[in-house]
Design a binder for this molecule. Structure first.
Ligand SMILES: Nc1ncnc2c1ncn2[C@@H]1O[C@H](COP(=O)(O)OP(=O)(O)OP(=O)(O)O)[C@@H](O)[C@H]1O
Length: 226
């Protein structure tokens, strides 16, 4: 089924929310270090697929595997541990803890992981690279959207995850800010060798990817290599 090159994949995923079919036989394979843009019309199932691949949602049917292990059948506890250790997340609205500073938000997963001084140094470096060191000690609730989103990128990268899941990461930013955030995310992911699954409606965003896949009606559109 999965060759040793494949890092993350799904096969025949089905998932319904009540009467709504969100996934209807979706399959995809992602290689280590590959940047994949997941595109398609609103309601096609992009976010649902991303959540299944990340082990946030369990499909009704089909398989998800990561690094040689079935993710969909794993216990909730084991899936949470994978998410914390091996995955990073950037969502449209940053999703930071508003009562913490940007620096504290970036350090939070590292503290949960009991990460060593290397990781803490890397977090400080990322704040610098993303040019938010100046505002790093301000509360997340009190900074501009672009600054919060840069902190979300730093948080997603600091533990050098195997996969970064980015759902419309620049959707709430103006085009200049969005371009800086996205190009930095991709550049650092490439440096670390992290794969990225990037959900987007924007062709300019998708142009940063190694490969674009299009979803329609809960599965990957015909003619697109998965
Ligand atoms: N938690 C939920 N409860 C009920 N229906 C849901 C839920 N999440 C998704 N859906 C439905 O499943 C379908 C797929 O949704 P999904 O968010 O995955 O699509 P999408 O391609 O990411 O759309 P968009 O581009 O608008 O974000 C849609 O019809 C949506 O309304």
């Amino acid at each position: 089924m999965n060759s040793s090159r494949e890092l993350l994949g799904a096969s025949g995923l089905r998932l319904s929310f009540g009467l709504t079919t969100a996934l209807d036989g979706a399959s995809i394979v992602v290689q280590p270090g590959e940047i994949v843009a997941l595109m398609g019309p609103s309601g096609a199932g992009k976010s649902t697929l991303l959540h299944c691949l990340a082990g946030i949602l369990r499909p009704d049917d089909g398989e998800v595997w990561f690094d040689g292990e079935r993710l969909d059948t794993m216990s909730d506890r084991a899936r949470s541990a994978h998410r914390l250790r091996r995955f990073g997340f950037v969502f449209q609205f940053g999703d930071l803890v508003p009562e913490l500073t940007l620096r504290e938000n970036v350090l939070l997963p590292l503290r949960l992981l009991r990460a060593g001084s290397d990781a803490l140094d890397r977090a400080a470096e990322l704040l610098d690279t993303l040019e938010i060191d100046r505002v790093a000690d301000r509360l997340a609730a009190e900074v501009a959207g672009g600054e919060a989103q840069r902190a979300a990128v730093a948080r997603a990268l600091a533990h050098q995850p195997a996969v970064i899941f980015a759902d419309e990461p620049t959707g709430a930013l103006d085009s200049v800010s969005g371009e800086v955030v996205l190009s930095t995310l991709i550049r650092l992911a490439r440096q670390h060798g992290s794969s990225v699954i990037l959900v987007t409606h924007d062709n300019r965003v998708a142009a940063h990817a190694d490969r674009e896949v299009v979803m329609r009606d809960g599965r990957l559109a015909a003619g697109v290599a998965a």
